[in-house]
Design a protein around this ligand. Structure first.
Ligand code: IPM
Ligand code: MN
Length: 365
């Protein structure tokens, strides 16, 4: 029987629709080559949704996402200046992304930081540091911590304005993401870097206590503790020491962008946001308004997000691997887009890069 999947497609803002147009082509090829069918339903989400419907995450989009087997989301948001036309609570981050994460409790955010040896020229790191390539799975807790803690602002008795922003976690929230991380570590090199700041933050002391408890069930996995500041340095000096890393929300936001930095671009960072019932997939980067409409954005992070969906939501591991392979081959043949250039690449447009990946994928499937 043909597997039939329903996918909510949220192209997003600025470069979002451009890179999404290339990514969804993967589903067409798969339908032709495999016994599977995909129903794609496109819905507004982000700044354009606010301008069109008065809501960054309209109810109609929520209904489409609720119905879908998985959600594919492009980057959202506008330039700082343009964003000012939108009330703070409806700006894409607060009005769309965080509510999406909360709605489906997507607590485990997978952010692979990978670069093949032949793509090392994109990285600012020296070849002797990159060695055989970079292959790290950063797992970020995504629905707790400072992002979702209580917040308030006011004026104190001395007339000073103040802000409170609370870092909150329950043991259950910590445990569930640690279990995911240990499971991944077990499948990979049985090594888990726990990133924390327990020399200062009580939340990290607590996180580490829960980790010790969870570790009891995963004694075959070696845990290496590393303070988050030291981890930032280690990622630059010796990324090869890392395999699976796990950390709370804010640390993961910052270190995953640094991950993009060591690869050479956030454009090389797809991601998966996994909840108990539903997952959504998105590039880790923003909507790059400065290069929107120029047909120069690389679709790698968006197509990579499709690959992650195939693997994690639809159990299509083999096909996902071929999608990665197709993109890698196109880069290795020396092609890239202007946003992601280095010496010795032949520049092609977003569409042309998509054409090449799709042609390669057709060949591989
Ligand atoms: C990310 C982004 C988001 C975050 C923003 C846009 C809310 O930076 O996915 O890393 O901070 O989580
Ligand atoms: Mn971020």
């Amino acid at each position: 029987m043909t597997n039939a999947y329903k996918i909510a497609v949220l192209p997003g803002d600025a470069i979002g629709p451009e890179i999404m147009a290339q990514a969804v082509r993967v589903f067409d090829v798969l339908q032709q080559k495999r016994d599977v069918s995909f129903e794609l339903i496109t819905a507004p989400f982000g700044a354009h949704a606010y301008f069109e419907e008065g809501k960054a995450f309209p109810d109609s989009t929520k209904a489409i996402c609720d119905e879908a087997d998985a959600i594919l989301k492009g980057p959202v948001g506008l330039s700082h200046e343009e964003s000012k036309k939108i009330p703070v609570e409806e700006q894409a981050e607060r009005g769309a992304i965080l509510p999406l994460r909360a709605r489906y409790n997507t607590f485990a955010n997978f952010r692979p930081i990978t670069l093949s040896k032949d793509m090392a020229h994109f990285s600012p790191l020296k070849p002797e540091i990159i060695k055989d390539g970079i292959d790290i799975l950063l797992i970020r807790e995504l629905v707790g911590g400072l992002y979702f803690g209580k917040k308030d602002r006011g004026v104190n008795e001395e007339g000073q304005r103040y802000v409170h922003e609370i870092l909150e976690y329950t043991e259950q929230q910590i445990r569930q993401v640690l279990i995911v991380a240990f499971e991944q570590a077990r499948k990979r090199k049985k090594r888990l870097h726990n990133i924390h700041k327990s020399n200062v933050l009580m939340s990290s002391v607590f996180w580490n206590e829960v980790l010790e408890e969870v570790h009891q069930d995963y004694q075959d996995v070696e845990v290496i503790h590393l303070l988050v500041d030291a981890a930032a340095t280690a990622l630059c000096l010796n990324p090869g020491q890392f395999d699976v890393m796990v950390m709370e929300n804010m640390f993961g936001d910052i270190l995953s962008d640094q991950g993009g930095g060591i690869l050479g671009s956030l454009g090389l960072m797809p991601s998966a946001c996994i909840g108990p019932e539903k997952a959504y997939y998105e590039p880790s980067h923003g909507s790059a308004p400065d290069i929107a409409g120029k047909n120069i954005a690389n679709p790698y992070s968006m197509i990579g997000s499709v690959a992650m969906m195939l693997e994690m939501s639809f159990n299509m591991e083999a096909e996902a691997a071929l999608v990665w392979q197709a993109m890698k081959n196109v880069f290795e043949e020396g092609y890239s887009t202007a946003d992601l250039s280095s010496n010795d690449v032949q520049l092609v447009s977003t569409d042309e890069f998509g054409d090449k990946v799709i042609a390669k994928l057709e060949e591989l499937l």
